[in-house]
Design a protein around this ligand. Structure first.
Ligand code: DQA
Length: 146
């Protein structure tokens, strides 16, 4: 079992992309910080990013209920019933994360079709959204014996 950190479309551009919404850290820098948290806790973790919806669906389908998924679905948050169905099909415990507060922006961002199949959602804390998600995932895996 592993803690997987999947990022969806355009998140490869972090650092350059609208820093007023998404901060100035690159995805590699964010991942490095959460890897540190995972290593301290001695849990196995892996990081992936894709701009292709079907690729993300294939990755989710390969997970099991013993894994844990930290997912920033990017704009697919608001549109993808297919990603939502994949999470509920494999029954992987998942946390949805966002850098920006999706409830404080354009109206189309306030709805997440992914959130109902997740344990919860962390939104608006910048890179700390991921860090807190990793801390939660570590505790969750610990509670059920990894
Ligand atoms: C985002 C919020 C989404 O609305 C947006 O499409 C993104 C990034 C965030 O992390 O704040 O790509 O998921």
């Amino acid at each position: 079992a592993r803690i997987w950190v999947f990022n969806g479309p355009n998140l490869n551009l972090l650092g350059l992309r609208e820093p007023e919404h998404y901060g100035s850290h690159t995805l590699a820098e964010i991942n490095q910080e959460i890897l540190r948290i995972a290593n301290e806790a001695d849990v196995k973790t892996e990081f992936r990013q894709t701009n292709h919806e079907g690729v993300l669906i294939d990755w989710i389908q390969a997970l099991t209920p013993a894994d844990f998924l930290i997912l920033n679905p990017g704009a697919w948050t608001h549109t993808s019933y297919a990603i939502r169905d994949a999470i509920s099909a494999v029954k992987v415990p998942a946390l949805e994360v966002h850098l920006s507060n999706i409830h404080a922006r354009e109206a189309f961002r306030t709805n997440s079709v992914i959130a109902p199949v997740c344990i919860g959602q962390i939104s608006g804390l910048g890179a700390e959204s991921y860090e807190l998600a990793m801390r939660y995932a570590v505790a969750y895996q610990g509670k059920r014996g990894r």
